[in-house]
Design a protein around this ligand. Structure first.
Ligand SMILES: Nc1ncnc2c1ncn2[C@@H]1O[C@H](COP(=O)(O)OP(=O)(O)OP(=O)(O)O)[C@@H](O)[C@H]1O
Length: 237
């Protein structure tokens, strides 16, 4: 289980996010919603360790997540962090190797095939379309096979087929027991897989609880949370 305990980030006395506490058990997805600037990406950076928390801590399976001995975490975001002068395959070799595992050509071919880039692996990533880059970032995640997956607007740039593929991967990751946190602005197909919902308003949790089943209910809850008092809508924080 991934847990945030009173996690907060302040910069020059300005509260960017938190304090917020939540739990994401293995095999579950927590969606994070909120207006622009609400602190969603900051929260993911705190969870991933890209940004140091001002207060609180993150634990995985009950142990403090520190930079040393960090559990495997993977990120799929609107920023791909791919190297444009390297080919698709070279990017995968590079990112695969920094996990410390030996990566074989067969594994590279396999993940490229799974994301529909089997003919594009030798092309420089700078020549990829935005959607192809996002598909390559999905291949990188498949290769890394982390226990915790952080998804920051992962739909960015994907066409309908790419979105369907992403949903299938997320369904499989859920079945495999990954713990996932998903930042999103849209109630698309992925939402059917979401278990819990955190709505941030100016960095504070305006709602934390079960995720409604239909997009209409999510939208209604979202609007109520942003209009209403933060405390009264906060079911378990
Ligand atoms: N390193 C930083 N230093 C100072 N302020 C920052 C830093 N990073 C983010 N912020 C500020 O923190 C606030 C939250 O930003 P964040 O990117 O987390 O929002 P968001 O909810 O992800 O927004 P969006 O929906 O637009 O992606 C913003 O006001 C932003 O300007």
């Amino acid at each position: 289980m991934l847990e945030a305990h009173e996690l907060a980030k302040y910069v020059a006395h300005r509260n960017l996010v938190g304090p917020v506490s939540f739990q994401v058990p293995r095999g579950e997805i927590m969606a994070v919603m909120g207006p622009n600037g609400a602190g969603k990406s900051t929260l993911l950076k705190l969870l991933s360790g890209l940004m140091k928390a001002s207060e609180g801590k993150v634990t995985w399976q009950g142990s403090n997540v520190k930079n040393e001995g960090r559990p495997a975490m993977g990120m799929l975001s609107h920023q791909t962090y791919l190297y444009s002068s390297l080919t698709g395959k070279e990017n995968l070799y590079f990112y695969g190797s920094i996990t410390g595992r030996e990566i074989t050509p067969a594994q590279i071919e396999d993940v490229l095939q799974k994301v529909g880039l089997e003919w594009d692996g030798d092309e420089e990533v700078g020549r990829y379309s935005r959607g192809m880059q996002q598909r390559l970032a999905m291949a990188r995640l498949l290769l890394q096979d982390p226990e915790i997956i952080l998804l920051d607007e992962p739909q960015t740039g994907l066409d309908q087929a790419g979105l369907k593929l992403l949903c299938e991967f997320i369904r499989q990751w859920k079945a495999d027991g990954k713990a996932m946190v998903l930042v999103t602005h849209s109630c698309d197909d992925i939402f059917g897989l979401v278990d819990r919902l955190l709505i941030l308003k100016k960095g504070h949790p305006a709602y934390l609880g079960e995720c409604p089943n239909s997009p209409e209910e999510v939208l209604k809850l979202y609007q109520e949370a942003l209009q209403g008092s933060e405390k009264s809508l906060c079911s378990d924080s």
